[in-house]
Design a protein around this ligand. Structure first.
Ligand code: SF4
Ligand code: SF4
Length: 381
């Protein structure tokens, strides 16, 4: 397509420039029933999976229908959402903190009709476009990252691993029969954009090989002290190398100290480390953010490595399904996955979920590692 100017003048870039205006105020977009009863809600119920009802002091009721989305969506998909909002909800909709989509209505029958309509919409390949669910004690959307779609540091893909995981646990999205909600999150490298460190189940991209060093260009492309300071284990040091009679300022990496975090690559383009066979996924469990009963906690690594197996990642989905099934079977009501594992003891968790315990799982990072070891004789055979 030929170039079409927006009116921006490249020879006077600051002319007519609008800046620092911030986001639109949310109140511009509230459905009337929400605007009217703002701050005056009395109680709420989950009517059925994916459908909530909030009752206000005035007696007004707001019915919310929640549906899953892929997060990464096209403009056509957003337009379809808008068409649905126009038809059922006076043009209003919202997105949740887990990237589900919510339609708010003031009539119960209209909400149930909308649920039926959303569940009837499919893509050509057969997938639901707007599957209704994600409420109560079930599995809701997976908070995830860029992966091979857009980032340069991933050790796995985000959209792909998330699609196959949601396919594997889809019945739990449409239902509410778990002991407590299960939050699954995904991050494609251990920068952990998102929520992997505080989720019931987490999928995390990991490397297993140290960076390659592009000595010839490193000093041109990188601020060497930053690469040195990026390393959590002090594996990187400045050095000089001779290549074909030329001396280059560069870095040396002590491989036995490197744990493949990739931080130095984030700082320095001359230290790439992604690797088809080396890279894969670690699985963590037992984190949560809420303060309900027990305090918030980090997720723990329980599977150090499963290989990347695009496009369906069968080993990964099998492990996640197994953990979810055993938890669903064994945990008490209201017990989050981490609460359950802490109660029965992690040695029992590994036994019940049939996970192999290896030395990789024992913390060896600085002084705090000590506190993760067992300083008691209390354990089960
Ligand atoms: S988790 Fe890592 S690879 Fe994934 S988007 Fe964030 S920085 Fe990029
Ligand atoms: S990958 Fe991580 S541990 Fe290895 S050298 Fe780079 S910063 Fe250090």
């Amino acid at each position: 397509m030929a170039f079409i100017s927006s009116g921006y003048n490249p020879s006077k870039p600051m002319e007519g420039r609008i800046s620092d205006i911030g986001p639109r105020h949310f109140s511009e977009f509230l459905p009337p029933v929400i605007a009217k009863n703002f701050g005056k809600w009395e109680y709420h119920e989950i009517l059925e999976p994916g459908v909530l009802c909030h009752t206000a002091e005035s007696g007004d009721k707001a019915y919310t229908v929640r549906c899953g989305s892929a997060r990464l969506v096209s403009v056509s998909y957003v337009r379809e959402l808008c068409d649905i909002a126009d038809k059922f909800c006076g043009g209003h909709l919202r997105f949740t903190t887990r990237n589900n989509v919510e339609f708010i209505l003031d009539d119960k029958q209209a909400a149930l009709d909308l649920k039926a309509y959303l569940n009837s919409q499919k893509f050509e390949g057969g997938s639901y476009k707007f599957p209704v669910g994600g409420t109560g004690a079930g599995v809701t959307n997976i908070v995830h990252t860029q992966g091979w779609v857009h980032c340069h540091t991933p050790a796995t893909d985000a959209s792909g691993t998330v699609k196959v995981t949601m396919d594997a646990v889809f019945d739990q999205f449409q239902d509410m029969k778990l002991p407590a909600p299960v939050r699954i999150s995904m991050a494609c490298c251990l920068n952990m954009c998102g929520a992997v460190h505080c989720s019931d189940i987490a999928i995390l991209g990991v490397h297993r090989k140290p960076p390659l060093i592009d000595h010839e260009y490193l000093d041109n492309l990188c601020e060497i002290p930053l690469a040195v300071a990026a390393c959590p284990t002090g594996a990187v040091r400045p050095t000089k190398v001779e290549l074909e009679g030329k001396t280059y300022k560069t870095v040396a990496i002590k491989e036995e100290r490197c744990m493949f975090c990739g931080n130095c690559y984030t700082m320095c383009p001359s230290l790439p480390l992604s690797d088809g066979e080396g890279d894969g996924i670690a699985i963590m469990v037992g984190g949560k953010i809420s303060n309900r009963i027990t305090k918030p906690s980090f997720s723990k690594v329980v599977v150090p490595f499963v290989p990347n197996e695009p496009p369906r990642w069968p080993t990964m989905t099998k492990v996640i399904k197994k953990i979810l099934e055993v938890y669903a079977e064994e945990a008490n009501k209201y017990e989050r996955l981490g609460d359950w594992a802490n109660r029965i003891g992690w040695e029992r968790f590994f036994e019940k979920c049939e996970l192999e315990f290896s030395a990789h799982l024992i913390d060896d990072f600085r002084d705090p590692a000590y506190y993760t070891w067992r300083q008691t004789t209390q354990f089960k055979w």
